[in-house]
Ligand binder design. Structure first.
Ligand code: SF4
Length: 289
Protein backbone atom coordinates (compact mmCIF):
# COMPACT_ATOMS: atom_id res chain seq x y z
CA UNK A 1 0.00 0.00 0.00
CA UNK A 2 1.24 3.51 -0.81
CA UNK A 3 0.79 5.43 2.46
CA UNK A 4 1.87 9.07 2.78
CA UNK A 5 1.90 11.28 5.88
CA UNK A 6 -0.35 10.64 8.88
CA UNK A 7 -2.94 7.93 8.33
CA UNK A 8 -5.93 8.62 10.56
CA UNK A 9 -9.03 6.47 10.84
CA UNK A 10 -11.95 6.23 13.26
CA UNK A 11 -11.46 3.71 16.12
CA UNK A 12 -14.32 1.59 14.74
CA UNK A 13 -12.36 1.10 11.48
CA UNK A 14 -9.39 -0.49 13.26
CA UNK A 15 -9.81 -3.77 11.38
CA UNK A 16 -10.70 -2.27 8.02
CA UNK A 17 -8.62 -2.17 4.87
CA UNK A 18 -7.17 1.36 4.86
CA UNK A 19 -7.15 2.72 1.34
CA UNK A 20 -5.52 6.14 1.18
CA UNK A 21 -7.13 8.18 -1.58
CA UNK A 22 -6.30 11.66 -0.29
CA UNK A 23 -3.40 13.07 1.69
CA UNK A 24 -4.25 15.49 4.49
CA UNK A 25 -7.46 17.45 4.92
CA UNK A 26 -8.85 20.06 2.53
CA UNK A 27 -9.74 22.39 5.41
CA UNK A 28 -6.75 22.03 7.72
CA UNK A 29 -7.69 25.12 9.72
CA UNK A 30 -9.53 23.94 12.84
CA UNK A 31 -7.64 25.50 15.74
CA UNK A 32 -7.54 22.38 17.93
CA UNK A 33 -6.51 19.90 15.24
CA UNK A 34 -2.97 18.78 14.69
CA UNK A 35 -3.81 15.78 12.51
CA UNK A 36 -2.50 17.04 9.21
CA UNK A 37 -0.52 20.18 10.12
CA UNK A 38 2.05 20.98 7.47
CA UNK A 39 0.58 18.51 4.96
CA UNK A 40 -0.66 19.88 1.67
CA UNK A 41 -4.01 18.42 0.70
CA UNK A 42 -4.01 16.34 -2.46
CA UNK A 43 -6.05 13.63 -4.10
CA UNK A 44 -3.80 10.73 -5.05
CA UNK A 45 -3.64 9.53 -8.63
CA UNK A 46 -6.15 6.93 -9.82
CA UNK A 47 -3.20 4.77 -10.82
CA UNK A 48 -1.86 4.58 -7.24
CA UNK A 49 -5.32 4.13 -5.70
CA UNK A 50 -6.17 1.32 -8.12
CA UNK A 51 -2.81 -0.34 -7.48
CA UNK A 52 -3.61 -0.33 -3.77
CA UNK A 53 -7.05 -1.85 -4.41
CA UNK A 54 -5.33 -4.59 -6.40
CA UNK A 55 -2.86 -5.09 -3.53
CA UNK A 56 -5.85 -5.52 -1.19
CA UNK A 57 -7.33 -8.06 -3.63
CA UNK A 58 -4.28 -10.23 -3.03
CA UNK A 59 -3.53 -9.52 0.63
CA UNK A 60 -6.70 -8.41 2.45
CA UNK A 61 -9.10 -11.23 1.76
CA UNK A 62 -10.33 -11.51 5.33
CA UNK A 63 -11.22 -7.85 5.92
CA UNK A 64 -14.90 -7.16 5.32
CA UNK A 65 -14.73 -3.39 5.70
CA UNK A 66 -12.73 -0.73 3.91
CA UNK A 67 -12.04 2.84 4.99
CA UNK A 68 -11.03 5.48 2.46
CA UNK A 69 -8.49 7.79 4.13
CA UNK A 70 -7.70 10.70 4.72
CA UNK A 71 -9.23 13.93 6.04
CA UNK A 72 -12.37 14.23 3.94
CA UNK A 73 -12.35 11.75 1.09
CA UNK A 74 -15.92 12.68 0.16
CA UNK A 75 -14.44 15.78 -1.48
CA UNK A 76 -13.08 13.60 -4.32
CA UNK A 77 -15.04 14.56 -7.48
CA UNK A 78 -18.04 12.32 -8.06
CA UNK A 79 -16.82 10.50 -11.19
CA UNK A 80 -13.50 9.60 -9.57
CA UNK A 81 -15.03 8.55 -6.25
CA UNK A 82 -17.58 6.44 -8.08
CA UNK A 83 -14.82 4.79 -10.10
CA UNK A 84 -12.98 3.95 -6.84
CA UNK A 85 -16.13 2.42 -5.33
CA UNK A 86 -16.84 0.44 -8.51
CA UNK A 87 -13.28 -0.89 -8.50
CA UNK A 88 -13.71 -1.93 -4.85
CA UNK A 89 -16.99 -3.66 -5.76
CA UNK A 90 -15.41 -5.69 -8.54
CA UNK A 91 -11.97 -6.42 -7.06
CA UNK A 92 -12.98 -6.78 -3.39
CA UNK A 93 -16.45 -8.36 -3.57
CA UNK A 94 -16.15 -9.58 0.04
CA UNK A 95 -16.11 -5.99 1.36
CA UNK A 96 -19.53 -5.27 2.82
CA UNK A 97 -19.08 -1.66 3.89
CA UNK A 98 -16.99 1.28 2.75
CA UNK A 99 -16.53 4.29 5.03
CA UNK A 100 -14.92 7.71 4.75
CA UNK A 101 -14.61 11.07 6.48
CA UNK A 102 -16.95 13.81 5.32
CA UNK A 103 -17.47 17.40 6.33
CA UNK A 104 -20.18 19.97 5.70
CA UNK A 105 -18.39 21.38 2.67
CA UNK A 106 -17.77 18.04 0.98
CA UNK A 107 -21.36 16.89 1.60
CA UNK A 108 -22.65 20.17 0.16
CA UNK A 109 -20.61 19.58 -3.01
CA UNK A 110 -22.54 16.38 -3.73
CA UNK A 111 -26.20 16.32 -4.79
CA UNK A 112 -28.56 13.99 -2.99
CA UNK A 113 -28.75 11.88 -6.16
CA UNK A 114 -24.94 11.62 -6.22
CA UNK A 115 -24.82 10.57 -2.57
CA UNK A 116 -27.46 7.92 -3.29
CA UNK A 117 -25.36 6.71 -6.21
CA UNK A 118 -22.31 6.40 -3.92
CA UNK A 119 -24.43 4.50 -1.41
CA UNK A 120 -25.66 2.16 -4.14
CA UNK A 121 -22.01 1.37 -4.88
CA UNK A 122 -21.04 0.48 -1.34
CA UNK A 123 -20.55 3.72 0.60
CA UNK A 124 -22.13 2.64 3.87
CA UNK A 125 -20.95 5.12 6.47
CA UNK A 126 -19.62 8.67 6.71
CA UNK A 127 -17.80 10.07 9.74
CA UNK A 128 -18.30 13.76 10.39
CA UNK A 129 -16.53 15.91 12.97
CA UNK A 130 -19.17 18.28 14.34
CA UNK A 131 -17.23 19.13 17.53
CA UNK A 132 -19.98 21.48 18.75
CA UNK A 133 -23.43 22.70 17.86
CA UNK A 134 -22.69 26.14 19.30
CA UNK A 135 -22.25 28.70 16.51
CA UNK A 136 -19.97 30.96 18.56
CA UNK A 137 -17.65 28.05 19.32
CA UNK A 138 -17.73 26.82 15.70
CA UNK A 139 -16.54 30.29 14.67
CA UNK A 140 -13.93 30.43 17.44
CA UNK A 141 -12.36 27.12 16.39
CA UNK A 142 -12.52 28.05 12.68
CA UNK A 143 -14.56 24.99 11.79
CA UNK A 144 -15.85 26.73 8.68
CA UNK A 145 -19.48 25.86 9.23
CA UNK A 146 -22.57 26.73 11.23
CA UNK A 147 -24.89 24.55 13.25
CA UNK A 148 -27.69 25.05 10.70
CA UNK A 149 -25.43 23.91 7.84
CA UNK A 150 -24.28 20.89 9.85
CA UNK A 151 -27.90 19.91 10.47
CA UNK A 152 -28.79 20.30 6.80
CA UNK A 153 -25.80 18.29 5.56
CA UNK A 154 -26.11 15.64 8.27
CA UNK A 155 -29.75 15.09 7.31
CA UNK A 156 -28.74 14.97 3.64
CA UNK A 157 -26.27 12.14 4.22
CA UNK A 158 -28.86 10.23 6.19
CA UNK A 159 -31.55 10.66 3.58
CA UNK A 160 -29.14 9.18 1.02
CA UNK A 161 -29.21 5.99 3.12
CA UNK A 162 -25.60 6.43 4.29
CA UNK A 163 -25.06 5.81 7.99
CA UNK A 164 -23.64 8.76 9.89
CA UNK A 165 -21.20 8.80 12.78
CA UNK A 166 -20.64 12.20 14.39
CA UNK A 167 -17.80 13.23 16.67
CA UNK A 168 -18.23 15.93 19.30
CA UNK A 169 -15.57 17.40 21.53
CA UNK A 170 -16.00 17.91 25.26
CA UNK A 171 -14.18 20.98 26.55
CA UNK A 172 -13.87 22.67 23.14
CA UNK A 173 -15.92 25.71 24.21
CA UNK A 174 -13.81 26.47 27.26
CA UNK A 175 -15.43 27.32 30.57
CA UNK A 176 -17.78 30.22 29.86
CA UNK A 177 -19.69 28.53 27.03
CA UNK A 178 -19.47 24.99 28.38
CA UNK A 179 -23.18 24.65 29.20
CA UNK A 180 -24.27 26.37 25.97
CA UNK A 181 -21.96 24.10 23.95
CA UNK A 182 -23.45 21.04 25.67
CA UNK A 183 -27.05 22.11 25.09
CA UNK A 184 -26.57 23.29 21.52
CA UNK A 185 -24.64 20.14 20.60
CA UNK A 186 -27.49 18.04 22.00
CA UNK A 187 -29.94 20.09 19.93
CA UNK A 188 -27.97 19.64 16.70
CA UNK A 189 -27.43 15.91 17.29
CA UNK A 190 -31.17 15.49 17.93
CA UNK A 191 -32.00 17.30 14.69
CA UNK A 192 -29.61 15.16 12.63
CA UNK A 193 -30.46 11.94 14.51
CA UNK A 194 -27.32 10.01 13.45
CA UNK A 195 -26.74 6.31 14.04
CA UNK A 196 -23.59 6.95 16.08
CA UNK A 197 -22.21 9.75 18.23
CA UNK A 198 -18.69 9.68 19.63
CA UNK A 199 -17.77 12.19 22.34
CA UNK A 200 -14.05 12.81 22.82
CA UNK A 201 -12.49 14.97 25.52
CA UNK A 202 -10.29 17.80 24.31
CA UNK A 203 -6.56 17.22 24.65
CA UNK A 204 -4.35 20.08 23.49
CA UNK A 205 -1.93 19.29 20.68
CA UNK A 206 1.33 21.24 20.90
CA UNK A 207 1.78 23.67 18.01
CA UNK A 208 -1.94 24.16 17.34
CA UNK A 209 -3.50 27.65 17.66
CA UNK A 210 -5.73 26.45 20.50
CA UNK A 211 -2.75 25.14 22.45
CA UNK A 212 -1.00 28.48 21.97
CA UNK A 213 -4.14 30.28 23.25
CA UNK A 214 -4.08 28.03 26.30
CA UNK A 215 -0.41 28.74 26.94
CA UNK A 216 -1.15 32.46 26.66
CA UNK A 217 -3.87 32.11 29.30
CA UNK A 218 -6.65 32.81 26.79
CA UNK A 219 -8.26 29.38 26.68
CA UNK A 220 -8.99 27.35 29.81
CA UNK A 221 -8.82 23.57 29.71
CA UNK A 222 -11.70 22.01 31.63
CA UNK A 223 -11.01 19.62 34.47
CA UNK A 224 -12.45 16.10 34.69
CA UNK A 225 -15.57 17.11 36.64
CA UNK A 226 -16.34 19.98 34.29
CA UNK A 227 -15.98 17.65 31.29
CA UNK A 228 -18.33 15.18 32.95
CA UNK A 229 -20.93 17.86 33.67
CA UNK A 230 -20.72 18.91 30.05
CA UNK A 231 -21.20 15.31 28.93
CA UNK A 232 -24.17 14.96 31.27
CA UNK A 233 -25.90 18.04 29.87
CA UNK A 234 -25.13 16.98 26.32
CA UNK A 235 -26.61 13.51 26.77
CA UNK A 236 -29.67 14.85 28.57
CA UNK A 237 -30.27 17.25 25.61
CA UNK A 238 -29.69 14.57 22.95
CA UNK A 239 -32.76 12.75 21.67
CA UNK A 240 -31.96 10.07 19.12
CA UNK A 241 -34.66 7.86 17.66
CA UNK A 242 -32.30 4.89 17.76
CA UNK A 243 -28.61 5.59 18.03
CA UNK A 244 -25.49 4.87 19.99
CA UNK A 245 -23.82 7.55 22.07
CA UNK A 246 -20.31 6.54 22.99
CA UNK A 247 -17.77 8.38 25.12
CA UNK A 248 -15.41 5.45 25.51
CA UNK A 249 -12.45 6.93 23.64
CA UNK A 250 -9.10 6.88 25.44
CA UNK A 251 -9.32 10.68 25.89
CA UNK A 252 -12.43 10.38 28.09
CA UNK A 253 -12.39 10.32 31.88
CA UNK A 254 -15.40 8.00 32.18
CA UNK A 255 -16.12 5.34 29.53
CA UNK A 256 -19.75 5.55 28.40
CA UNK A 257 -21.53 3.31 25.89
CA UNK A 258 -25.21 4.10 25.62
CA UNK A 259 -27.95 3.15 23.24
CA UNK A 260 -30.40 6.03 23.11
CA UNK A 261 -33.12 6.51 24.08
CA UNK A 262 -33.08 3.21 26.01
CA UNK A 263 -30.02 3.81 28.21
CA UNK A 264 -30.37 7.55 28.75
CA UNK A 265 -31.41 7.58 32.41
CA UNK A 266 -28.95 4.82 33.37
CA UNK A 267 -26.16 6.76 31.70
CA UNK A 268 -27.07 10.00 33.48
CA UNK A 269 -27.14 8.04 36.77
CA UNK A 270 -23.66 6.63 36.02
CA UNK A 271 -22.31 10.12 35.37
CA UNK A 272 -23.91 11.36 38.60
CA UNK A 273 -22.26 8.49 40.49
CA UNK A 274 -18.89 9.47 39.01
CA UNK A 275 -19.47 13.12 39.91
CA UNK A 276 -20.28 12.03 43.46
CA UNK A 277 -16.99 10.09 43.61
CA UNK A 278 -18.58 6.62 43.63
CA UNK A 279 -16.95 5.64 40.30
CA UNK A 280 -13.28 6.16 39.70
CA UNK A 281 -12.27 8.27 36.70
CA UNK A 282 -9.55 7.35 34.23
CA UNK A 283 -6.30 8.83 35.57
CA UNK A 284 -4.69 11.58 33.50
CA UNK A 285 -1.65 9.47 32.57
CA UNK A 286 -3.87 6.82 30.95
CA UNK A 287 -5.65 9.30 28.68
CA UNK A 288 -4.62 9.48 25.04
CA UNK A 289 -5.76 10.44 21.57
S1 SF4 B 1 -10.73 18.76 12.54
FE1 SF4 B 1 -11.18 17.65 10.65
S2 SF4 B 1 -11.79 19.27 9.20
FE2 SF4 B 1 -10.70 20.29 10.87
S3 SF4 B 1 -8.57 20.41 10.21
FE3 SF4 B 1 -8.77 18.54 11.44
S4 SF4 B 1 -9.18 16.91 9.97
FE4 SF4 B 1 -9.57 18.86 8.91
Amino acid sequence: MHYEGNIIRPPSEANSILLQATVGCSRNKCTFCGSYRGERFQIKSDEIIFEDIDFATRHCRRQRRLFICDGDALIIPQARLLAILERIETRLPWVTRVGLYANVKSIRMKTLAELRELHAHGLGIAYMGLETGDDATLAAIDKGTTAAAAIEMGQKIRSAGIKLSITVLLGIAGRERSAIHARETGRVLSAIDPEYVGALSLMLIPGTPLCRDHEAGEFPLLGPEEMLRELRTMISCTNLSRGQFHANHASNYLPIKARLPRDKQDTLDTIDAALAGRIQLRPEFLRGL
